[in-house]
Design a protein around this ligand. Structure first.
Ligand SMILES: [Zn+2]
Length: 132
């Protein structure tokens, strides 16, 4: 497990500046989900993010519906890439194309704009890999 690279607990919503609470994720999904069913949830706009199992450390930054969709889409070509290549190497190549540090290269940290760039970059890497 990586350490020294974690986000702090979330108190304010990055979308609406509402108050964010640490909740059981049944508040989001209707029933508890997972072994460690907790999340940060904005009571005002409903943006949320899960936490690392056994901790209060958020998995990424808060995401509203459009950002959740963007992250999911961006991750698809990257996951395909990881089937053909070591995950660490894939993250290394992606961070290089995105011009960010590898330790900042987490889909859970990206905003919508970065998700778009990550999607394009991952597709390029995937095409490159297939042409070998
Ligand atoms: Zn909010």
């Amino acid at each position: 497990m990586k350490t020294g690279n974690h986000l702090s607990p979330i108190q304010r919503c990055s979308f609406c500046f509402g108050k964010v609470e640490y909740v059981n994720n049944e508040k989001i999904y209707g029933s508890s989900y997972g072994h460690h069913p907790f999340a940060y949830l904005c009571g005002d706009c409903g943006a949320y993010v899960g936490v690392h199992a056994g901790t209060k450390i958020p998995l990424g930054t808060l995401a509203d519906a459009s950002l959740r969709t963007a992250r999911k889409l961006a991750k698809e070509p990257f996951l395909k890439l990881c089937k053909n290549m070591d995950r660490t190497l894939a993250y290394f190549k992606l961070s290089h194309l995105l011009c960010i540090a590898m330790k900042e290269c987490h889909f859970g940290w990206f905003n919508v704009e970065m998700c778009g760039k990550a999607y394009t970059a991952s597709c390029e890497l995937l095409a490159e890999e297939k042409s070998k």
